[in-house]
Write a protein that binds this ligand. Structure first.
Ligand SMILES: Nc1ncnc2c1ncn2[C@@H]1O[C@H](COP(=O)(O)OP(=O)(O)O)[C@@H](O)[C@H]1O
Ligand SMILES: CC(=O)OP(=O)(O)O
Ligand SMILES: [Mg+2]
Length: 378
């Protein structure tokens, strides 16, 4: 996406319990305003609070100058594969995708409708987490289940965190001073949710999240990959309902289930104080990442870069080091000194003799949503 478009965007990232926002002027590197409202119960209230904050004199923002409102939307299904200007019919289509994102989509929609009510004269653009993965080859998005059932119910891999993978991959190529068309890389987005993405020439060719953001890496509260028969076993032998299994895998698993903590800072300090559960939890977490790196290296056939991003990827040096340990035979050699510490800025963390460059690049989903929203209405 070109950054040549000029405009002023309010970006809303409405999660299940939080609203993140930024006001982005594309001519400036830093947002004019940004913030996070946590423990949100009514998204309408949160958005009205944000607007009244931004309306205060001295907020640094002139709301009259806004050109667009950009919204993060979790799932675009097969319907939406690019940034989409919202109207009533688009809202309805997004609502129909709610079963694929019961935590995220109702929140996304509440944000869209309150913001449309507050700014009825502005265009609103939905930017989908799934859109960047519209380029997945058929063999990468197809699950090996009965074709008719899959087709009838839209069962396929979609992939998520697309705005992050898109932004971070472009930044990595720029930092390497190479045209993105020539670069093969793996982006590891390790936040609360976590996903890996194999990117060839700027296009997503494989990713670890699937029909929903449950598959793949170990996350804060989500299991990632398990034998699908675990769900059947729990239903049949433990008598758990579908909703109970859903809550178990989405909210009570991952690092929380393994260690009692979903936040990596807490897991880390528990491990440092000798908790065996926390130590094993970290091994499970890093081993899964290492496995995806090997798998995507094999699928790509060549690898120029690996990039860590998001809360854990940017801040936890031990996770970075341990995830890529033992991969020297693949040409992946970390430099422990470069890697050490939290990274607020893009940093090369591999050794000079590493065939594969390893980077930490802070993600900026809100800026990417702003750029895509402005481009969509320009
Ligand atoms: N200093 C740190 N060390 C280790 N992990 C951290 C640190 N700071 C943040 N994190 C991790 O980052 C996670 C949040 O990542 P983030 O990308 O903000 O996620 P999300 O956007 O999904 O809320 C937290 O749950 C925490 O585990
Ligand atoms: C898609 C997804 O998992 O999003 P988040 O990391 O914000 O939970
Ligand atoms: Mg996130």
């Amino acid at each position: 996406m070109s950054v040549n478009y000029v405009g002023l965007a309010l970006v809303l990232n409405c999660g299940s319990s939080s609203v993140k926002y930024q006001v982005v002027d594309t001519t400036q590197d830093e947002p004019l305003a940004s913030g996070l409202i946590e423990r949100v119960t009514h998204h309408g209230d949160a958005i009205r609070a944000i607007i009244s904050q931004l309306s205060e004199p001295g907020s640094g923002v002139d709301l009259e100058r806004l050109t667009v409102v950009g919204h993060r939307v979790l799932h675009g299904g097969e319907e939406f594969s690019g940034p989409t200007v919202v109207n009533d019919s688009v809202e309805k289509h997004i609502a129909m995708l709610s079963p694929l994102g019961p935590l995220h989509i109702p929140a996304n929609l509440a944000g869209i409708s309150s913001a449309r009510a507050a700014f009825p004269h502005l265009p609103h653009v939905a930017v989908f987490d799934t859109a960047f993965h519209a380029t997945l080859p058929e063999a990468a998005y197809t699950y090996a289940i009965d074709r008719r059932v899959a087709h009838e119910h839209g069962v396929r891999r979609y992939g998520f965190h697309g705005t992050s993978h898109s932004y971070v991959s472009r930044e990595t190529a720029r930092l390497m001073d190479r045209p993105i068309e020539d670069v093969s890389m793996i982006v590891l987005h390790l936040g609360n949710g976590a996903s890996a993405c194999a990117i060839q020439g700027g296009r997503s060719v494989d990713t670890s999240m699937g029909l929903t953001p449950l598959e793949g890496l170990v996350m804060g509260t989500r299991s990632g990959d398990i034998d699908p028969a675990v769900t059947l076993h729990l239903a049949r032998t433990a008598g758990m309902t579908i909703d109970e299994v859903d809550a178990l895998l989405n909210r009570q698993s991952g690092m929380l289930g393994l260690t009692g903590y979903s936040d990596m800072r807490d897991v880390r300090s528990a491990a440092d104080s000798g908790s065996r559960d926390a130590q094993v939890g970290l091994e499970v977490y890093c081993r899964r990442i290492r496995g995806y790196v090997g798998q995507y290296f094999a699928q790509l056939g060549a690898l120029d870069a690996i990039t860590f991003t998001a809360g854990v990827g940017e801040n936890d040096d031990a996770v970075r080091l341990s995830s890529l340990s033992g991969l020297e035979a693949l040409g992946i050699v970390m430099d422990p000194e470069r890697n050490s510490g939290r990274k607020k800025q893009a940093t090369l963390v591999s050794a000079d003799d590493s065939a594969v460059q390893v980077w930490v690049v802070p993600t900026n989903e809100e800026r990417e949503i702003a750029l895509q929203s402005i481009a969509a209405v320009s």
